[in-house]
Design a protein around this ligand. Structure first.
Ligand code: FCB
Length: 453
């Protein structure tokens, strides 16, 4: 068996991480522009002001995607380009950029999969209270309306929000990302509830205004727990841990249960008690708009076993475990287990909306970028995803993070996640060995993964 015939081979990026051109064609400021000006907030005080300058290199970038043979491209639309102040007037010049990009992608045979929100909230919306203001769902719906009216005649696949766990958790709770707040628990939970309402509104906008049937999803973090052994008890413990709401920064069920099942999970409600958000009549129906896919971003997983007290217990990775340049572990089975557990619970076809690794890459004297560790990592992970598909999990697609090296949020340009190397001084792009390898994987529909095994 292998990947389904119509399996989507893609790669992903996000607006603030690649576009640059922050003051061009009427773009407003975003919370990330503001946050990057905070001394010490970003590694070496860098910012996305220029980034990959994709705003000017977009044609060249689509040509490179074509060379790799991508079937789909996940990019995000910058809210502050479309509605510069976050609320009110729409900026046609901002929309025109995505209009050109979508046409270029379609002409290259690459399916556009835009994300409506990958963290760059307009500063104007933030100044009106941002996600803490319940009206943020209305502002987001107005912005989504402008986008869908402009692109919905050609775009068939949409993501709404990227990783609410991160922009709420890291951005509003821990002050590790924009907007850099440390809110109380009841406040950040309220902001999160409003973000989920915004998701629901956006799904409604897409369904009602796009000119044709659409595939709609979102891209939360898929926080992965893998059984430490093949024992049934440890597998059950890993499944429980996958959906448990603990005070850990990131969890799945608090965010996903409302969207797929129409309710907050009981253990989360118990944990948060009086801090849980106030749910008004109709909120849950709005949040639980039917979706076509369950997408999630997964990079690595933790090992779990059944503890002596009967509860799931974290098992440390073996000494000397493989790591990426981000200091994250390399754990290929996380794709298998997370796809499996998520499908069991939510029963929708699975899309991996982000997966990849940062590596210490540079262009060699011979002009090549020999990123062997990334190739090996991707190969192992994709084989595990294929294993899930072989066992009957409907796996619909995979988006590699990232198409190109880019601005890695608080880590600045230190982390290189791309399969295309970007020289941030000259703007020059070089296909890494992994890009050429991924091209062959796509061309053989995964056959290349098995070469020599
Ligand atoms: C995810 C983000 C993405 C990128 C990768 C490495 O959390 O969605 O923008 O930063 O991590």
């Amino acid at each position: 068996m292998a990947f389904a015939k119509d399996f989507v081979w893609g790669a992903a990026t996000a607006s603030y991480q690649i576009e640059g051109a922050v003051a061009e064609d009427g773009r407003g400021e975003s919370v990330w522009d503001t946050y990057c000006k905070r001394p010490g907030a970003i590694w070496e005080n860098q910012s996305g002001e220029v980034a990959c300058d994709h705003y000017h290199h977009w044609k060249e970038d689509v040509a490179l995607m074509r060379k790799i043979g991508l079937k789909a491209y996940r990019f995000s639309i910058a809210w502050p380009r479309v509605v510069p102040d976050g609320v009110g007037a729409v900026n046609p010049r901002g929309l025109a950029f995505y209009d050109r990009l979508v046409d270029e992608l379609l002409a290259a045979g690459i399916e556009p999969w835009p994300t409506l929100f990958h963290w760059d909230m307009p500063q104007g919306a933030f100044d009106r209270g941002g996600w803490l203001n319940r009206e943020s769902a209305d502002w987001f719906a107005d912005y989504a309306t402008a986008v869908v009216d402009a692109l919905g005649d050609r775009v068939r696949s949409w993501f709404t929000l990227n990783e609410p766990q991160c922009f709420i958790g890291f951005g509003h709770r821990d002050s590790l990302q924009a907007p850099g707040l440390k809110l109380s628990r009841s406040e950040w939970l309220r902001a999160g509830h409003h973000a989920l309402l915004a998701h629901g509104r956006a799904v409604q906008v897409i369904r009602s205004r796009a000119k044709g049937p659409c595939r709609v999803s979102w891209a939360p973090v898929g926080w992965s727990k893998m059984p430490a052994t093949a024992n049934r008890d440890d597998i059950d413990a890993a499944r429980e841990a996958t959906f448990a709401v603990t005070d850990e920064m990131i969890n799945n069920a608090w965010w996903m249960d409302p969207v797929y099942l129409g309710r907050y999970p009981q253990d989360g409600l118990r944990l948060y008690g009086a801090d849980a958000p106030k749910v008004l009549p109709g909120d849950m129906d709005l949040i639980a708009q039917p979706l076509d896919l369950q997408a999630f971003n997964t990079y690595n997983g933790q090992l779990i076993r059944r503890g002596a007290d009967g509860r799931p217990e974290l098992v440390p990775h073996p000494t000397g475990y493989p790591m990426n340049f981000f200091h994250g572990s390399i754990t290929p089975p996380c794709l298998y287990w997370t796809a499996k557990f998520m499908y069991e619970r939510y029963r929708l076809p699975v899309v991996i909306s982000e997966n990849g690794m940062s590596n210490a890459d540079w262009v060699g004297l011979d002009g090549r970028v020999p990123d062997g560790p990334r190739i090996d990592m991707l190969r192992r992970y994709l084989l595990e995803l294929e294993r899930a598909a072989d066992e009957g999990v409907p796996v619909a697609g995979y988006f590699l993070w990232s198409l190109m090296d880019n601005f890695e949020w608080s880590h600045g340009y230190k982390q290189r996640f791309g399969i295309i190397h970007v020289d941030f001084v000259t703007g020059r792009r070089t296909l890494k060995d992994s890009a050429l390898w991924y091209r062959d994987v796509i061309a053989t529909h995964g056959g290349k993964l098995h070469e020599g095994l």
